[in-house]
Ligand binder design. Structure first.
Ligand code: HSE
Length: 437
């Protein structure tokens, strides 16, 4: 048997505690699978005395995670602190510089500094593993980096945030409003400490930025991601989507186009018949369109202590087994610069909801403006005059349009022109429709 692998864990929140617990509970089975004993030799966390349901009697305690990272009797540093700077960044850099393998669940850190850290790992001949950083327990990083090595990927997309999926599912299934569903998601413990990170799409963007690099062999560019959250989605949209044969999901999508790579995070209408539409509650799913294998869809728990710890343990097992792969699927020197496709060039169908004044000619004006922009309409749905008094003219009526494939630029121009006419009340709602098999 190879010598024991000594693991140092920084951050003993739900993921860290679960990971230590599993490793202690399954030490024999894990050793058999890895061909060597794997032991938690040291830990670091903010509060020492707390009962976490794990046995730390023979484990060395460090107050400073960077000191743990560089400790000579540690082979692997597991970073579960979180955040794209501060102690997480400092300790990961210290570990790599000291020649330690690093396992992290930190999507923000990788989205910001992934390429630089991958280079540091390469230069020091060690692994930097991050299965837990994207979609929690779903083995999407290994799938993309290792199992898809013979494929060219054209698109990767997914539900990458359980909180948003939970909110949208509850809004749909229970007819609850956004605020009530968000409060419930926080109570259940899925939302980030600051839930705006979830609902405004930043958490999805961090994960998407990493997937984009793995899919297209390019550098990570999180700032280039087009971002729209779910706070503007109303019950009216959810109901209209249902009637039109769609469901609304917050998707992260990275797609190769003729002009570059689109990276976008936004509420998306997906056909009810698609695999991604059937992912409910806090579950995550990732779909990959690739030339050799076709479409691959993985679904599972994207958050939570045990699910995320499962992914961390898989990375530790790879290190114990001496499995080494390039951090981002190929050596950093081979990564292409990220070339963005402008969002205005995005092509697809659109759902548009307008509050149209109920008077002759209003509708004709909207149709005319759409025609000027060469936007062809697939369907038009007008609600009955709920709430309007009989014979009353001018009260806005909800009208839902579905366009055939067009460009983002054309839709934006058309909506700006419509808004400038005296035909609608309020701001138009627009949701992109993802073309799926
Ligand atoms: N807050 C995230 C989610 C979990 O709701 O999916 C960790 O990324």
């Amino acid at each position: 048997m190879k010598p024991e692998l000594r693991v140092g864990v920084a951050g003993l929140g739900t993921v860290g505690a679960s990971m230590v617990r599993q490793l202690q509970k399954k030490s024999n089975a894990f050793a058999a699978r890895c061909g060597r004993t794997v032991r938690v030799a040291a830990v670091s966390a903010r509060t020492r005395g707390r009962d976490r349901g794990i046995d730390l009697a023979d484990v060395t305690w460090f107050d400073d995670p960077a000191a743990l990272a560089a400790a000579p009797d540690i082979d692997v540093f597991v970073e579960l602190i979180g955040g794209d700077s501060g102690p997480a960044e400092d300790s990961v850099r210290a570990a790599l510089a000291a020649g330690k393998h690093v396992v992290t669940a930190n999507k923000a850190l990788l989205a910001r500094h992934g390429v630089e850290l991958a280079r540091l790992a390469e230069d020091n001949g060690v692994s930097l593993s991050f299965e837990a950083a994207v979609a929690g327990g779903i083995p999407i990083v290994k799938t993309m980096r290792e199992s898809m090595a013979g494929n060219d990927v054209s698109r990767v997309y997914g539900i990458l945030n359980g909180t948003c999926n939970y909110i949208l599912t509850r809004m749909e299934q229970d007819g609850l409003d956004f605020a009530a569903c968000l409060a419930e998601a926080q109570r259940v413990g899925y939302a980030e400490a600051d839930p705006t990170f979830d609902i405004e799409g930043n958490d999805t963007a961090h994960k998407l930025a990493i997937l984009t690099s793995l899919a297209f062999g390019c550098e990570i560019d999180v700032d280039a991601i087009y971002l729209e959250g779910i706070a503007s989605i109303t019950s009216a949209d959810i109901q209209a989507a249902d009637e039109l044969g769609y469901r609304i999901k917050l998707l992260g999508v990275a797609q190769r186009t003729d002009t570059g790579i689109e990276q976008r995070v936004h509420p998306t209408m997906v056909p009810k018949t698609s695999a991604i539409a059937r992912i409910d509650g806090v579950l995550n799913a990732v779909a990959i369109d690739a030339d050799v294998v076709g479409e691959v869809v993985l679904a599972g728990p994207g958050a939570g202590g045990n699910a995320t710890a499962s992914a961390v343990l898989a990375d530790v097992a790879d290190i114990a087994r001496d499995i080494r792969v390039p951090v981002l699927g190929q050596p950093v020197a081979g990564l292409a610069p990220y070339k963005a496709a402008g969002m205005r060039m995005h092509e697809g169908g659109y759902y548009i909801r307008l509050a149209v004044y109920d008077r002759p000619g209003a509708f004709a004006e909207i149709a005319r403006i759409m025609a000027v922009e060469s936007i062809s309409l697939e369907s038009i749905m007008q609600r009955d005059r709920a709430g309007a008094k009989a014979g009353e003219a001018g009260a806005p009526q909800p009208v839902t349009l579905i366009t055939y494939e067009t460009t983002e630029a054309a839709v934006k121009r058309a909506l700006a022109t419509i808004s400038a006419q005296n035909v609608i009340a309020g701001t138009p709602q627009m949701i992109r429709i993802e073309k799926l098999a």
